[in-house]
Design a protein around this ligand. Structure first.
Ligand code: F0G
Length: 357
C-alpha cells in the first residue's frame, strides 16, 4: 500500500517560509491544498486562447481563502496570550475568524455591514459561536471601528492589516507554483480590501528570491465597477456591487497592492455587475465550479480586457483565483439561476424532460 502522508495545513507545510513565533501553538483546520483545475471549456466560452486554470479556494474549511491567513493570525494571537479576536468583514473573514477562534478556544467578535453580507457567511459566523455585530454602516466604517477598538481593549485584530494574515495567505502563491511546476504568466484575482493581491505578490517574490521559480507572474486585479477605488484612484464613499464580498471603498492594503501591480507589470480594471454575474453562471455551467459572485470578478475582468483588445493572453498560462464557494451566497444564486420545476411524482410527468435529450 502507498504510504499515507496527510496534508498538514499551510503552517506545517510551509513552516520555514512563514514568519510566526517559533513556539506558537498551531491552530489549524488543515486549510490549503486546494485544487488547481484546468478549465478549457470556460476558456473557450470566454474567448480566451490561453491555458486556463482555476485555483478553487472555495474548498478551504470555511469556504474561502481567508482560512490560509486566519490559521497564522490566530496562532500568533494565541501565542501572544490573546483571549479574543476581532475583525470587520464583508462576511468571509468573519466566518473564518469565528471558526479559528472556536478551534483555539478564544472569543470571536465580528463586525459586519448590516444587511449586506451573504447568508451563508452570516449563518456560519453565528454557528461557530462568534459575537456577530451588524453595524449601520459599511465595511469601511467597520474597519475604522475595529481599529479604534483594539487601541482600547485587549483583543487581537485579525483583519489583513495584521501582517500574520498575509504570511498565511501568501502560501496560495507557493501552491500555485508547486502545482504547476512553474510560474503562471498571469494571475487573475478579485480585489477588495487588497490583502490577497498583496499576499500573492509576497509569496511569488519570496519563491523567486529562493530560486524556487525562475520568473514572476503578472497580476491582473479586478474590482467591481461600483466599488473600484484602485481603478479610480480615490476612495469610493458609498461602494455598491452584487459581489458583496468586495463592496469596499477604501482598501487597507491599497499602497501595497498598487506596488505589487506595478512591480509585476500588471493591471487593475473594473467590471460591471452584469459581467460578474454572466461569468459566475458560465463557471458553473461550463466547468461545474460554483463560486460566490466576487470570485467570478477576476475572470470577468480578464475576458473584458481580452475582448477589448487591451490584453493578450494567447498561448499563455493563466491562473484565476476563485476566492469563495458558491454556497456562501445562496440568495444571489437563486435570483440568477431560477427555481426548480415542480412536477407530480409520475413517469408521465417526468417523460417530457427526458424526451428532450
Ligand atoms: N473574494 C472574496 C470571496 C472575498 O471574501 C474577498 C474579501 C475578496 C475576494 C477580496 O480579497 O479583500 O484581500 O482584496 N473579503 C473580505 C472579508 C473583505 O471581509 O471577507 P481582499
Amino acid at each position: 500500500m502507498e504510504e499515507r502522508s496527510p496534508w498538514p495545513g499551510v503552517i506545517a507545510r510551509y513552516r520555514p517560509l512563514i514568519r510566526l513565533t517559533p513556539d506558537a501553538p498551531v491552530i489549524t483546520l488543515l486549510e490549503g491544498n486546494t485544487p488547481l483545475i484546468p478549465a478549457p471549456r470556460l476558456a473557450e466560452a470566454l474567448g480566451l486562447s490561453c491555458t486556463l486554470y482555476l485555483k478553487y479556494e472555495g474548498l478551504n474549511p470555511t469556504g474561502s481563502f481567508k482560512d490560509r491567513g486566519m490559521t497564522v493570525a490566530v496562532s500568533q494571537a494565541v501565542a501572544e496570550g490573546a483571549r479574543a479576536v476581532i475583525c470587520a468583514s464583508t462576511g468571509n473573514t468573519a466566518a473564518s475568524a469565528a471558526a479559528y477562534a472556536a478551534r483555539a478556544g478564544v472569543r470571536g467578535i465580528v463586525v459586519v455591514p448590516g444587511g449586506k453580507i451573504a447568508l451563508g457567511k452570516l449563518a456560519a459566523s453565528l454557528a461557530y459561536g462568534a459575537q456577530v455585530l451588524a453595524i449601520e454602516g459599511s465595511f469601511d466604517d467597520g474597519l475604522r471601528l475595529v481599529r479604534e477598538a483594539v487601541e482600547r481593549y485587549p483583543v487581537a485584530l485579525v483583519n489583513s492589516l495584521n501582517p500574520y494574515r498575509l504570511e498565511g495567505q501568501k502560501t496560495a502563491a507557493f501552491e500555485v507554483c508547486d502545482q504547476l511546476g512553474d510560474t503562471p504568466d498571469w494571475l487573475v484575482l478579485p480585489v477588495g480590501n487588497a490583502g490577497n493581491i498583496t499576499a500573492y505578490w509576497m509569496g511569488f517574490t519570496q519563491y523567486h528570491a529562493m530560486g524556487q521559480i525562475a520568473r514572476l507572474p503578472r497580476l491582473l486585479g479586478v474590482q467591481a465597477e461600483g466599488a473600484a477605488p484602485l481603478v479610480r484612484g480615490h476612495p469610493i464613499p458609498h461602494p455598491e456591487t452584487v459581489a458583496t464580498a468586495i463592496r469596499i471603498g477604501n482598501p487597507a492594503r491599497w499602497r501595497e497592492a498598487a506596488a505589487a501591480l506595478e512591480e509585476s507589470g500588471g493591471q487593475v480594471v473594473a467590471v460591471p455587475d452584469e459581467a460578474i454575474l454572466r461569468t459566475w453562471s458560465l463557471l458553473a455551467r461550463t466547468e461545474g465550479v460554483f463560486v460566490e459572485p466576487a470570485s467570478a470578478t477576476g475572470l470577468a475582468g480578464l475576458a473584458q480586457e481580452v475582448a477589448a483588445g487591451r490584453l493578450s493572453v494567447q498561448g499563455k498560462v493563466v491562473v484565476a483565483v476563485l476566492t469563495g464557494h458558491g454556497l456562501k451566497d445562496p440568495d444571489t444564486a437563486m435570483q440568477q439561476a431560477g427555481n426548480p420545476t415542480s412536477i407530480p411524482a409520475t413517469l408521465e410527468a417526468i417523460a417530457p424532460y427526458l424526451e428532450q435529450i
